[in-house]
Every structure is written in structure tokens, then in C-alpha cells.
Write a protein that binds this ligand. Structure first.
Ligand code: SF4
Ligand code: SF4
Length: 173
């Protein structure tokens, strides 16, 4: 007496049933090739990988310097378009003239930053370092929050930034 075997696709939830394990395996092979949800997930993952590393060069040259302050609500209005050395970048971006907002806890609007260095001088735990951004209309270097995980949320950088392009988010905010 044969018992039925079954397989539920983790992507689309489709149920495959057959008493013969070899036949069920063949059915599974066919399903894996045809499953639309599986294919969509695979394409989304490939796109995310392609978009993961931000380039600082490109064809975006027709931009003017933006005025502060940074939009404190940007996380609900913008999308993460990739990362640069592990730091999130929130779009829109069109390098080198438009670079978006960088960071998760320590965030800087690169389109407003004028590179005067006040935040670097103020930070007691050395979160920032310079990053060259040639071709940007606001300044040709920006403060890169390379060690944002070390931030102690003292708010010094946010308070000293002349164009108010820094926004600090406590963990979980
Ligand atoms: S909030 Fe304080 S510790 Fe955090 S990056 Fe700014 S200056 Fe540095
Ligand atoms: S203080 Fe503001 S404008 Fe000055 S370098 Fe830092 S982020 Fe840029």
C-alpha cells in the first residue's frame, strides 16, 4: 500500500502530491523552473546585488548646491538605493552631482554638506572621516560616517553643522 508524499513550495505555497517519490521529485523540478514567485524573488535579489554598491561617479552633472536643513522625516520618504562600504545610501542619487543622504544612525545629507569639517572636529569618538566626492556642487568631499556604530549619541555633530545637514537617530528610531 502506497502512502502519498507531498511538497509545499516555500515561495508560492503550491502543494505537490504524489505517491511515487521519483515522480514527486520530477514534479518539483518542473515546478522550480516554472514558479513565477520563485523567479520574481530571484530577479529582485539579483537587482539588489547590482544596486548594492554606490558609485561616486556618473553622468549627473546638472545640479546646484542644496540648502539645509536635512529633512528629519527622510526615512519615511526615501528608499535605500544601495550601500558604500557598508553604509546605507538613501536616494534619489545621480552621481556625481546628486548623492542623497548617507547613514543609518549617523546621517548626513550629502547634497547639503559644505565640508567645513565642524562635525569631524566635534565628534569625541572619531565616527567620521573624509570621503572625496569630486564633481559635487556643494563640496568636493563629504564627512563619511565610517564608524557610525561607535556613535554615543552626544549630538555634538548635529548641533555644530552650519547648514544643519546632520541628523542623529538613536538606535531603534
Ligand atoms: S552624535 Fe556625537 S558621537 Fe555620534 S557621530 Fe555625532 S559627534 Fe560623534
Ligand atoms: S558639519 Fe555639516 S557641513 Fe560641515 S562637514 Fe560636517 S556634515 Fe558637512
Amino acid at each position: 500500500m502506497s502512502s502519498e508524499r507531498e511538497y509545499i513550495c516555500p515561495d508560492c505555497g503550491c502543494l505537490l502530491i504524489h505517491s511515487n517519490p521519483l515522480t514527486l521529485e520530477s514534479m518539483l523540478d518542473v515546478h522550480n523552473q516554472l514558479c513565477v514567485v520563485k523567479r520574481q524573488k530571484s530577479m529582485a535579489s539579483q537587482l539588489a546585488t547590482k544596486a548594492s554598491t554606490i558609485s561616486l561617479s556618473g553622468t549627473g552633472t546638472n545640479y546646484s548646491k542644496a540648502e539645509g536643513p536635512i529633512d528629519p522625516e527622510f526615512k519615511s520618504k526615501r528608499q535605500v538605493v544601495g550601500t558604500f562600504q557598508g553604509i546605507k545610501v538613501w536616494g534619489p542619487i545621480d552621481p556625481p552631482g546628486q548623492l542623497g543622504i548617507w547613514g543609518t544612525q549617523v546621517t548626513v545629507d550629502y547634497d547639503i554638506c559644505i565640508a567645513d569639517g565642524a562635525c569631524i572636529e566635534a565628534c569625541p569618538v572619531n565616527v567620521y572621516e573624509w570621503l572625496d566626492t569630486p564633481g559635487h556642487p556643494g563640496s568636493e568631499k563629504k564627512t563619511f560616517m565610517a564608524r557610525e556604530k561607535d556613535c554615543i549619541f552626544c549630538m555634538a555633530c548635529e548641533n555644530v553643522c552650519p547648514p544643519q545637514c546632520v541628523k542623529i537617530f538613536q538606535k531603534g528610531t
